[in-house]
Design a binder for this molecule. Structure first.
Ligand SMILES: *Cc1c(COP(=O)(O)O)cnc(C)c1O
Length: 431
């Protein structure tokens, strides 16, 4: 099986965290997202322990909550003692209402509105990760009105290629995010931030991309960022204390993806960072990382019911399911590959090549093409694996489809974390 929380029981049914997925589909209906709470917690601990071990107190993971945002996940992150990233007023409001310690919340985004900034300040958010000059000015203005000094990091583009998909590359010079070192705009915004009376510049942030399996893109970025910390110290006299290296560690979606140990990778990255700090003669900063996908993706799967199996002789076989791009738009957006399993025939050979299609009125509404599963029949349960990240959080109401529920499972309990939407929920704001 793709991940250790998955298995097959005596009825030939797929299990997650020991629960029979066919039984879960019966109990909660389909489509449903299922998330393994134990695995999420284990991943949080791996990052937390590794960062503390290598970099000491204060270094920690911040959960990049755009991967999967709801009240429950913030409660889990709080209990695990990690921090959080938010990228919008909606995520900020949810984390605030969940009772999360706001001093450990970081507010990202390349275009925070005045209202976003006001909400962040009113919620006493720990840090804004400032993207641009306009934002810096506005945060300073609003902080002055409230008579507070606001902690910030600056988002910097180190200008490296993390060898991954173009849609998820964010650290290159021409990125829409942050200020580039190469163009001297990064130094200009650092100097500007240091002149602001109501802003405390605490450190730098970079995020180079996503689904990265190697360590080099992270260590290359760290090298560039540490040199830049040194340059700042030399030019301004200011020693910045925090270096946030962003998220992006890869996740195994199919048998073709490698296994990586986050613990080992953090260890390797840490050794290099310590070398670079020594070499460039700066004190080792507090190191933050922002895992999103790697904390939650493998903990999730989506359960669907198969409708039609349409065979077009000489062309393709379509297996249609009762969900699709509204609950998982990632294939339609960037051809992300997934592994699917007929959950009630989990041990039978996966020898039927097909395209898995959703139920929307769009030819592009596909979950996978040329994938291999057991040949299913109507009313079989199809499980799409590793959907814990960027599925629920990217879901939409296209074709007026209600969003599926999120069912959490752990060794000692199962429960609904987000309930299924009703048709009335869809009409709630219609006047
Ligand atoms: C998306 C994002 C992350 C998380 O990326 P993953 O690939 O999910 O780990 C972290 N930091 C920032 C700034 C992001 O935009």
């Amino acid at each position: 099986m793709l991940h250790k929380n998955l298995g097959i029981n005596e009825n030939n049914h797929l299990t997650i965290c020991g629960y029979d997925t066919v039984e879960l589909a019966k109990e909660y209906g389909t489509p449903s997202y299922v998330m393994d709470e134990d695995m999420i917690r284990e991943n949080c601990r791996i990052y937390k322990n590794a960062l503390e071990k290598h970099f000491g107190k204060g270094s920690m993971p911040l959960y990049a909550s755009k991967a999967f945002s709801c009240k429950k996940i913030y409660e889990i992150a709080k209990e695990e003692g990690i921090g959080c990233d938010v990228v919008s007023g909606g995520e900020l409001y949810t984390v605030y209402k969940s009772g999360f310690p706001m001093e450990k919340v970081y507010f990202h985004g390349n275009n925070k509105t005045d209202a976003d900034i006001a909400l962040g300040l009113d919620c006493k958010i720990g840090f804004f990760v400032v993207d641009n000059f306009e934002e810096l000015e506005e945060i300073n203005r609003q902080a002055m009105q409230r008579n507070v000094k606001q902690n910030i990091l600056l988002r910097i583009t180190p200008g490296i290629d993390p060898h991954t998909h173009k849609a998820v590359v964010t650290g290159s010079v021409d990125s829409k995010f942050g200020s580039a070192i190469e163009t001297n705009q990064a130094m200009a915004i650092v100097k500007e931030a240091l002149t602001k009376a109501n802003i405390e510049l605490c450190g730098l942030h970079c995020h180079i991309g996503s689904q990265i399996f190697e360590c080099e893109p992270f260590t290359d970025a760290a090298d560039i960022m540490i040199r830049f910390l040194k340059q700042i110290k030399d030019e301004t006299g200011k020693e910045l204390k925090i270096l946030n290296l962003g998220g992006g560690m890869g996740v195994r979606y199919t048998e073709d993806d490698p296994y990586i140990s986050y613990e080992e990778n953090i260890g390797k990255i840490a050794n290099k960072i310590k070398d670079y700090a020594e070499k460039h003669n700066v004190n080792l900063p507090i190191i933050l990382m922002e895992p999103g996908r790697s904390l939650v993706a493998a903990a999730g799967l989506t359960l669907y019911t198969v409708g039609s199996v349409k065979e077009i002789p000489g062309f393709k076989n379509y297996v249609s399911i009762d969900g699709g791009m509204p609950d998982n738009p990632r294939y339609a957006l960037y051809q992300s590959v997934y592994t699917s399993v007929v959950a009630n025939k989990a041990n039978s050979p996966a020898d039927y090549t097909c395209t898995i299609a959703g139920r929307c009125c769009e030819s592009g509404d596909l979950i996978a093409e040329n994938t291999k599963i057991t040949r299913p029949e109507r009313n079989d349960i199809l499980a799409v694996l590793v959907t814990g990240a960027y599925n629920y959080s990217m879901s939409s109401h296209y074709n007026r489809l209600p969003k599926p529920p999120v069912i959490m499972v752990s060794k000692d309990k199962k429960y609904i974390a987000v309930k299924r939407e009703s048709y009335d929920d869809l009409m709630r704001n219609d006047l």
